[in-house]
Design a binder for this molecule. Structure first.
Ligand code: GRF
Length: 206
């Protein structure tokens, strides 16, 4: 199943000849972030400038150095330290790829309709405060859902309630466990997240 709604209401446009500049925020291993970096490597219209991690992640730091990206580690998390970095770099769009820290209203106001999140369920199911990572897949398993999936959406001030850009679903089979569900969902993320980010970024260019 695929549901696509690309918003029509853009208050912000990027010049048609300029690439849209992304930063990726992560709290986990960063497999989605690496996948995005490799997807956009030769893209003329969208470039990944850097990765910000709210956890210590030496492997990701080396990866960024190898790929000429800036890497900012912010542990413990301190938004006030990161905002000026994004400002200085001229970031257009913020991509949250497994980022688990609270995003303040000020941060959201700095990137209105320009912050994209991926959530590992078919929102509005299994969303909201406290619903992240393995907890989502445990709940899907306990409730014997017949399907689950991913939601890529814009970020607003309410957890997981921003405008949905696209959703992709996968079946949950009787012999699935929370771990196998997580792996199916991760595969969907890797397959569909870059394309959705690209499509949204291109829609910002005028
Ligand atoms: C993803 O499943 C994401 O949806 C969730 O955290 C996971 C991050 O995985 N919120 P990774 O760090 O990109 O490997």
């Amino acid at each position: 199943m695929e549901i696509t709604i690309i918003t029509q209401a853009f208050p912000y446009f990027c010049a048609v000849n300029e690439p849209v500049k992304l930063v990726i925020l992560v709290s986990g291993k960063g497999s989605n972030a690496r996948n995005l970096v490799s997807y956009f490597k030769k893209n003329q219209h969208v470039i990944v400038c850097g990765i910000v991690s709210s956890k210590q992640n030496p492997a990701l730091e080396s990866y960024c150095a190898e790929n000429q990206l800036f890497y900012e580690e912010c542990y413990p998390w301190n938004e006030a330290r990161i905002l000026p970095v994004l400002d200085k770099t001229g970031i257009d769009v913020v991509v949250l790829a497994g980022f688990l820290k609270k995003i303040s209203s000020e941060f959201i106001a700095s990137f209105p309709n320009r912050m994209i999140n991926i959530h590992p369920s078919l929102l509005p199911k299994y969303g909201g405060a406290g619903m992240y990572g393995q907890r989502v897949h445990e709940a899907v398993f306990s409730n014997k859902e017949s399907n689950t999936g991913i939601t890529i959406h814009l970020v607003n001030e309410h957890y997981d309630e921003g405008e949905i850009l696209v959703q992709h679903a996968c079946a949950v089979d009787p012999n699935d466990t929370p771990t196998t569900i997580e792996s199916k969902v991760h595969q969907l993320e890797h397959r569909f997240f870059p394309k959705a980010v690209e499509q949204y970024c291109l829609s910002l260019k005028r």
